[in-house]
Design a protein around this ligand. Structure first.
Ligand code: DQA
Length: 146
């Protein structure tokens, strides 16, 4: 049985749908989970979507993924731009990693232009709204041959 895809989300994304909807849209993480579960489910693969506001928790889930996930879709949110620790955790993971940003970070403030995580990710998606999670899920399925 194929292990699930972990869809991991960093700080403030619990407010997706409510915070800055002009940037992040009106859909929620529950919508993301439903869309990605449908896509992966068609190939017999499950998804586990989680969100945390705490860096250490995100790192612990990446460690868990080493044994429990066939791939990782990650939106590290603000930790993208600050966290060598999240990068190090991902470097200890052997499966495929796709980095997602709902907004186009390159069109925004300069501090959002650099990502520590991109050095590890097989692919980076930015600016597609929550469709980016769907594309990332499809890409993981391709990379694992599901
Ligand atoms: C984000 C972009 C980050 O710069 C920001 O800190 C977020 C969300 C995105 O999905 O567009 O919280 O990762």
């Amino acid at each position: 049985m194929t292990k699930p895809i972990f869809i991991l989300n960093g700080p403030n994304l619990n407010l997706l749908g409510q915070r800055e909807p002009e940037i992040y849209g009106r859909e929620t993480l529950a919508d993301v989970e439903a869309r990605c579960a449908a896509i992966a489910g068609d190939r017999g693969v499950g998804v586990v979507l989680r969100q945390t506001n705490h860096e250490g928790q995100l790192i612990d889930w990446i460690h868990e993924a080493r044994h429990e996930a066939c791939g990782i879709v990650i939106n590290p949110a603000a930790f993208t731009h600050t966290s060598v620790a999240v990068l190090d955790a991902l470097n200890a993971y052997e499966g495929p990693v796709i980095e997602v940003h709902i907004s186009n970070v390159h069109k925004r403030e300069a501090f959002r232009h650099h990502s520590y995580v991109s050095a590890r990710a097989e692919g980076v998606i930015a600016g597609l709204g929550i469709e980016g999670y769907e594309s990332a899920t499809r890409r993981i399925l391709t990379l694992i041959g599901a």
